[in-house]
Ligand binder design. Structure first.
Ligand code: NAI
Length: 354
């Protein structure tokens, strides 16, 4: 049972990192890239005792590509670390608590995942979180610049549309900014779009891919169902509109269902683990790793934008273009730009003034 569970999780992680249509040779290469030959990789989770942090710590402990797992939070990490450390997988787990241990947690990290901060309550937008989370992200990124300036940073803390520009400004100020190494994690939007599309079209979800572009809040989330694979003609225009809205409001659906007890944690941990796994595979030289992420971009006039990104040994290897959009998606793209621009500028302004 245990082996079965572990194998299943590993195979899900492996599948999640795979592109939609890998070339046969790269597919063989990926399969033969075993944990035994995987190099040492340290992953740090900041906010590891939280609703996302705990299941994310569990999933990273199950990832055979991780050799060292550092769990940091302002409180509660010794318990989480002791618990997770008993799982008999490769990663050596250490817990770090309070700011004086942050440097040790970060030192030597290849990937830093940040789910630290406050989640939404019913009636709140992601932007309402700005005042608290902006400060948290700024101080954590200041420490990253000092202790592991070369790490890939996976930003989960909301509002991602602003926290990623804040991180970029902090790194610029510290002289360590490398646009290839900063990622806003929008994977949950992709995970939701795949699930909702497969459900509506009645096709096996494991085969489905749906790119999601733009940003990570409300209408800035733009799923490209016209590019979904496998294609289907089972969906009407109204179905596509409803699927788009459900993907955009996916976070709110969970916030309301949890009725004041937080936002998406389990599905976010899954999405975060899949994205971190893709980053690790890229670092390890596995070819054709493509996932959507909110990164510095020149594919539109906006300085940060989510789209498909090819991951490699230095982080972002290539930011892929948008491809052909339907008229509905073209309209969605125009509609999201003003809000996304304002959120990006708000983040930059905060970082410059604080
Ligand atoms: P939570 O409140 O359960 O956990 C947050 C954790 O961060 C707590 O353990 C807290 O002690 C810790 N923390 C606070 N300040 C810290 C600091 N300075 N350094 C280190 N740790 C610190 O919240 P939850 O549900 O885990 O959500 C975390 C963040 O993730 C929120 O900002 C939420 O909006 C965001 N989120 C992002 C999603 C995405 O798709 N990118 C999806 C869902 C949530």
């Amino acid at each position: 049972m245990r082996t079965f569970l572990l194998r299943s999780v590993e195979s899900v992680l492996r599948r999640g990192g795979a592109p939609s249509c890998p070339a046969p040779s790269s597919h063989i290469l990926r399969r033969s890239f075993s944990a035994e030959s995987a190099p040492e990789r340290k992953v740090a989770v900041l906010g590891a005792a939280g609703g996302i942090g705990q299941p994310l710590a569990l999933l990273m402990k199950l990832n055979p590509l991780v050799s060292h797992l550092a769990l940091y939070d302002i409180a509660g990490t010794p318990g989480v670390a002791a618990d997770v450390s008993h799982i008999n997988t490769r990663a050596e787990v250490k817990g770090y608590m309070a700011e004086e241990q942050l440097g040790q947690a970060l030192e030597g990290s290849d990937v830093v995942i940040i789910p630290a901060g406050v989640p939404r309550k019913p009636g709140m937008t992601r932007d309402d979180l700005f005042n608290i989370n902006a400060g948290i992200v700024k101080s954590l990124c200041t420490a990253i610049a000092k202790y592991c300036p070369n790490a890939l940073v996976n930003m989960i803390s909301n509002p991602v549309n602003s926290t990623v520009p804040i991180a970029a400004e902090v790194f610029k100020k510290a002289g360590t900014y490398d646009e290839k190494k900063l990622f806003g994690v929008t994977m949950l939007d992709v995970v939701r779009a795949k699930t909702f599309y497969a459900g509506k079209a009645n096709i096996p979800v494991a085969d489905v891919d749906v790119p999601v572009v733009g940003g990570h809040a409300g209408i800035t989330i733009l799923p490209l169902f016209s590019q979904a694979t496998p294609a289907t003609n089972a969906l009407s225009e109204d179905d596509i509109k409803a699927l788009t809205k459900r993907t955009q409001d996916g976070g709110t659906e969970v916030v309301e269902a949890k009725a004041g007890k937080g936002s998406a944690t389990l599905s976010m941990a899954y999405a975060g683990a899949i994205f971190a796994d893709a980053c690790l595979k890229g670092l390890n030289g596995v070819p054709d790793i493509v996932e959507c992420s909110f990164v510095q971009s020149s594919i539109t006039e906006l300085p940060f934008f989510a789209s498909k990104v090819r991951l490699g040994k230095n982080g972002v290897e290539e930011v892929l273009g948008l491809g052909t959009l339907s008229d509905y998606e073209k309209q969605g793209l125009e509609n999201l730009k003003a809000e996304l621009k304002a959120s990006i500028e708000k983040g930059i302004k905060f970082a410059k003034e604080n």
